[in-house]
Ligand binder design. Structure first.
Ligand code: MN
Length: 166
């Protein structure tokens, strides 16, 4: 049943029920979408920023970690998708294994898509804007694909930056 029907039947100046927006389903889905930032003490210490997109964790290694200063852009290297379960992982990856070293959860929480398109499309376009609702990361952030380093063959370089909140 289309939500226009739902709205037509209700007077929202009187009922405390929520008004259905055209984007309702998307908003509802994304209210529950999660992010996690794991501090990873591997050979090179870095932070792994992961966003739930289409049922997987899209992942970026951020060598210096996210910055809360809007004037600072941080390199974020796209890495392989991780399964959703990874968001709960903290522990030690044994020596000799890929990414050996300690993994700590640095922050986690939900996020909202701040763009009008879906997160999958935003990812494909290389232009993600989200509102983090974490303990450390709060407010609007962007992850933007960059050609930085392309001349040396790097294809997975993105930039992560804090945006000004409205
Ligand atoms: Mn890592």
């Amino acid at each position: 049943m289309p939500t226009s029907e739902y709205n037509k039947k209700r007077d929202f100046s009187k009922t405390p029920e929520p008004k259905a927006s055209a984007r309702g389903r998307r908003i509802k889905e994304e209210l529950a979408t999660i992010f996690v930032v794991q501090e990873h003490s591997a050979t090179t210490h870095h932070y792994d920023v992961r966003l739930e997109i289409s049922g997987k964790l899209k992942s970026w290694a951020v060598p210096k970690g996210p910055s809360l200063d809007p004037s600072v852009k941080r390199l974020a290297i796209l890495t392989e998708d991780h399964p959703m379960e990874y968001a709960d992982f903290a522990g030690t990856i044994p020596k000799g294994q890929y990414g050996a070293g300690k993994v700590k959860i640095w922050d986690r929480g939900n996020y909202l898509n701040a763009r009008e398109c879906s997160m999958a499309t935003a990812f494909k376009q290389g232009k993600i804007e989200v509102v983090f609702k974490g303990r450390k990361l709060k407010g609007k952030f962007a992850l933007v694909r960059t050609k930085l380093g392309a001349e040396t063959g790097a294809k997975n370089n993105w930039l992560m930056l804090k945006m000004h909140d409205d």
